[in-house]
Ligand binder design. Structure first.
Ligand SMILES: Cc1cc2nc3c(=O)[nH]c(=O)nc-3n(C[C@H](O)[C@H](O)[C@H](O)COP(=O)(O)O)c2cc1C
Length: 359
């Protein structure tokens, strides 16, 4: 209520880039003040045994995580824990620090409850962020999302080396690592979603049969067609990947209520939020089917209420993440969804979240 009637109208008066910076700066400051954290925890945290899961040997007190991109530099984790998140994913982090693309680089589409962004992987770089996160102690799992440095001159072998640098620096402290493979890797805009490029990357990172590594997940774009998805999953399975994050944003502009002239004026960028909900759920369904639901799936893309969350769990997701939903609904969304899931299960006599699948 307070968010929708007071905070959101205020934040939405500012351009999207500025509103996010303001939010992150405030969240980082609040993360350092113990009484603020305690107060927020009392208000936002929610627990129910039916929501708890052990995955990758880690305890997830609930399935709702913070999606990559919201906290790229790992400065707000203590606050996110107290806002009731079951886990956080920091990043994307890259080997070299990057200022990202020029502003404006993020845009709201309120009619579609969606966003378009072309931030360009701005972050402090893996060394600084690793130092920051190593010092931090929170009780919820922290995933680290890594990507190739946003620099079109880093291609081919150099691109793999760039990825490897980040991977080697985070593997000792990350609870899990997500490989963000949908960002451009060559001057022609090709990505590690090219089957050969992905195969080489996974070969070099030597993920298969290395018990010392944390769980390694691969994050797919929402725009993959069936054939591409099948082929990429086969490659990931050959390399014994532990799970999938489905999905990243879309470069398409399908089915939007926002006028096409307004959309055109915004230009390039990844579309997130309500507009990609169903496409991302369909990808989860395909991954679950192809992997016989033996691998962990983090479902992300347009979750803005309990019903969206249930759809993704029914499709085969084990965990969920939100970003754009937070912008439109506010931080209370985490507790709202968790409570909604617990009530949904109680009404239907489902004893545990894992059993929502195909229920
Ligand atoms: C402004 C913004 C920045 C993002 N940055 C990243 C990123 O750095 N790495 C990544 O893997 N995903 C990034 N994402 C994608 C989100 O993690 C998520 O996959 C996508 O937005 C779909 O979820 P949503 O509809 O809940 O936002 C970003 C999304 C937004 C809106």
């Amino acid at each position: 209520m307070i968010y929708k009637h007071l905070v959101r109208p205020l934040l939405f008066r500012f351009p999207s880039d500025y509103a996010h910076e303001l939010t992150i700066n405030m969240a980082s400051s609040m993360s350092k003040v113990r009484w603020v954290l305690q107060t927020l925890g009392a208000f936002y945290e929610y627990s129910d045994v039916s929501l708890e899961q052990k995955i990758f040997g880690l305890k997830f007190k609930n399935p709702i995580g913070l999606a990559a991109g919201f906290d790229k530099n790992g400065t707000t984790c203590p606050l996110m824990e107290k806002l009731g998140f079951g886990f956080v994913e920091i990043g994307s982090i890259t080997a070299n620090p990057s200022a990202g693309n020029p502003k404006p680089r993020s845009f709201r589409l309120p009619k579609d409850k969606s966003l378009i962004n072309r931030l360009g992987l701005n972050n402090d770089g893996v060394k600084t962020i690793s130092r920051r996160l190593r010092k931090q102690s929170i009780s919820i799992p922290t995933g680290i999302n890594i990507a190739k440095t946003h620099n079109p001159s880093i291609t081919g072998k150099k691109a793999i080396l760039d990825y490897q640098t980040s991977f080697n620096l985070v593997k000792d402290f990350a609870d899990y690592i997500t490989l963000n493979i949908s960002c451009p890797n060559t001057e022609e805009g090709k990505t590690f979603e090219e089957p050969e490029a992905l195969n080489t990357l996974l070969d070099v990172l030597k993920i298969k049969n290395d018990a010392s590594l944390p769980a390694v997940l691969v994050k797919f774009s929402v725009d993959l067609d069936d054939r591409q998805l099948t082929e990429l999953i086969e490659i990931c399975e050959d390399h014994a990947i532990d799970g999938y994050v489905a999905t990243n944003t879309s470069s398409l502009r399908e089915g939007l209520k926002t006028s096409s002239s307004a959309v055109e004026k915004i230009g390039n960028g990844g579309l997130s939020g309500k507009a990609i909900t169903h496409k991302s759920t369909a990808i989860i369904e395909k991954i679950a089917a192809q992997t016989n639901r033996e691998k962990t799936i983090i479902g992300v893309g347009g979750i803005s209420n309990t019903s969206d969350a249930i759809d993704k769990l029914k499709a085969g997701a084990d965990l969920l993440q939100i970003y754009t939903g937070l912008v439109y609904e506010g931080p209370g969304l985490v507790k709202k969804i968790n409570r909604g899931l617990a009530e949904y299960m109680e009404k239907r006599g489902i004893d545990h979240i894992y059993h929502i699948y195909k229920s």
